[in-house]
Structures are given as structure tokens and as C-alpha cells.
Design a protein around this ligand. Structure first.
Ligand code: GLN
Length: 300
């Protein structure tokens, strides 16, 4: 495995040069484009890693999987009354369809609108519970959020603000939009490593087994929803292409992370900050394709 990781890094490292680190959240522009790391945790708990697998970065959109997990635990499949679970060709921060009278809810929980509508459904201290669940699944009690990225995102998050207020006007969310946004900005600013992502991924890949309580949903239905929704929307508007080429339920974030869950086999965390035009890690996607080809990971 270590040899495969070495080869995969060697082959795909040059691709990072073709991408750009996210800068629409000013604090993210400070990311080092040369960072590159991979971590694999298999269902037996064996860990393989290479490069910057222990370097921290913000989880960003990958947190949408955790907020969906909690919303499903709290509400069961009623969650889907307020957010769909279909694919989309629109980008992650799309807004316009929410103003069409015949559209009743955001298309899926992996776009920003859908994620904000999902976080709104978490009971109690939404952000606190997301952080706690990530700490519990990874076994890493030190995980916290970056105040700098949170404040930077809060100061520049006008598009997300527009999305949340429009959803309030449409009755998709009931609470104060600013309060929900605060939880959302914080959840996106949680700092993880590629190894933390691999641990969350293997938990999902292993049927979400091991939580104390599943609330309103059983663990099989929970893991099936997460895997299916990652497949149809985890890589935004190129999820279909990624499904055909890589074939592993995955979620990316503009911090440069990709979290991939290979059902029954392993979790993978990849980190490389330069992004393509869709907001996916450019070397990260190529690394996932190489790993899928060599280890025969596609579920299709
Ligand atoms: N925090 C980011 C945003 O809301 C998350 C987007 C992403 O990772 N695609 O814009």
C-alpha cells in the first residue's frame, strides 16, 4: 500500500500547479498550495499515510456530511421535507432557483442552501453538537474550529446570507437566518487533517456502526442516505462525472480536502488546496481516480 501511495503522489503532484487555492474567503488564500497528503484507514483500523496527512486545514463543505448525519439522527427522513436528495448541474453556492415559485426546497444537502437548511434542523446547540460528533468519530478531542477562518467567512458571506434570508422568506427555514448562518460558518471552519477525514469516512463506509444513539433513524438507513447523497452531490455539479471515473461516495471542500468512503472497505482523506473551477481539489480528484484504478475501489 505504501508503494502505491508513493506512486500516486508522484504521478499527481504536478497537477496541483494547474489549480488555485480558494480566495473568496480571504483567510483561505493563505493556504500553502504545495501541501499534499493522503490517509487511508481500512475497516480493520490499519492506517496508511503519506505527505502532509497530519497538516490541519478547514473542513469547509465536508462538514455538510456531518450536519446531515445529525439532522437525520434528530428527525429521521423528515429532513427531506425541507431539503431534497437529487443531483444538480448548478454550482455549490447557487441561489436563483430558490426564488422559483414551483421550487419548494434546495435540491440537496451538499450545496450551501441545502446545507444551511440541514443545519437548521439540528436540535439544540447545532455547531457544538457537530464539533462533538466529529471529535467522537475521529477519537480526536483536540479538534476545534479556526476563529480566523470563521470570522473571515462571516465577514464576507453575503451570498450565503442571501441564501439563508431567501429560505426564511420562502418558509424553508423557520429560525433566525443569522443564527443558523453563525452555526454554518463555524462548522465550515472546523480544522481537520486528512487522517481525521479518513476516520470519518471509514465510519460511514462501515455502516455508521458504533454510535451510542441513532435517534430517529437506524444506522443502515443513515449510512445509505449519507453514501447515496455523497454520490449524487458530494462533488457538486461534477458528481456524475466523478461517479463514473472514480466511483467512490465522496465529499470535497474548498479548503482542499476530499473525504471518500469505500463501502465495507476503507475511508480515504486527501488534502491538496489548489482547486479547479468547480471548487474541487484538482490533484485530490486525480489522486482519487488513481487510487480507484489501482485498488479497484469503484462501487459501480
Ligand atoms: N464555507 C464555504 C461556503 O459556504 C463552503 C463551500 C465549499 O467548501 N464548497 O462558501
Amino acid at each position: 500500500m505504501q508503494k502505491i501511495l508513493e506512486e500516486v503522489v508522484e504521478e499527481n503532484r504536478p497537477l496541483a500547479k494547474r489549480g488555485r487555492v480558494a480566495s473568496y474567503i480571504p483567510a483561505l488564500a493563505k493556504a500553502d498550495p504545495n501541501h499534499l497528503g493522503i490517509c487511508i484507514v481500512d475497516v480493520n483500523g490499519d492506517i496508511y499515510k503519506i505527505g502532509d496527512a497530519d497538516v490541519k486545514f478547514t473542513i469547509q463543505s465536508i462538514s455538510k456530511v456531518i450536519s446531515l448525519m445529525l439532522a437525520l439522527i434528530d428527525n429521521g427522513e423528515k429532513v427531506f421535507e425541507k431539503v431534497g436528495r437529487e443531483g444538480t448541474e448548478d454550482p455549490f453556492n447557487t441561489l436563483y432557483k430558490l426564488d422559483f415559485p414551483h421550487i419548494e426546497k434546495p435540491v440537496n444537502p451538499m450545496i450551501n442552501a441545502g446545507a444551511i437548511a440541514t443545519t437548521a434542523q439540528i436540535k439544540g446547540d447545532k455547531f457544538g453538537r457537530i464539533l462533538e460528533l466529529i471529535r467522537r468519530i475521529t477519537g480526536n478531542a483536540d479538534i476545534d474550529y479556526s476563529r480566523e477562518v470563521y470570522l473571515s467567512e462571516k465577514a464576507t458571506g453575503e451570498k450565503n446570507r442571501a441564501i439563508a434570508h431567501l429560505m426564511k422568506a420562502r418558509g424553508i427555514i423557520e429560525e433566525d437566518p443569522e443564527e443558523i448562518l453563525d452555526h454554518y460558518f463555524k462548522q465550515c471552519s472546523i480544522e481537520v487533517t486528512a487522517c481525521d477525514l479518513a476516520k470519518i469516512a471509514v465510519f460511514i463506509a462501515n455502516g455508521c456502526s458504533g454510535l451510542e444513539s441513532y435517534g430517529k433513524i437506524d444506522r443502515k438507513t443513515l449510512s445509505r442516505n449519507l453514501l447515496a447523497i455523497m454520490t449524487i452531490g458530494g462533488m457538486y455539479n461534477v458528481s456524475g462525472q466523478y461517479a463514473a471515473q472514480v466511483g467512490v461516495p465522496s465529499k470535497s471542500g474548498v479548503g482542499g480536502g476530499i473525504m471518500a468512503a469505500v463501502p465495507g472497505r476503507m475511508g480515504i482523506g486527501v488534502f491538496s488546496p489548489p482547486l479547479d473551477e468547480n471548487g474541487n481539489s484538482i490533484a485530490g480528484c486525480a489522486i482519487m481516480k488513481s487510487l480507484s484504478d489501482r485498488l479497484d475501489l469503484s462501487i459501480f
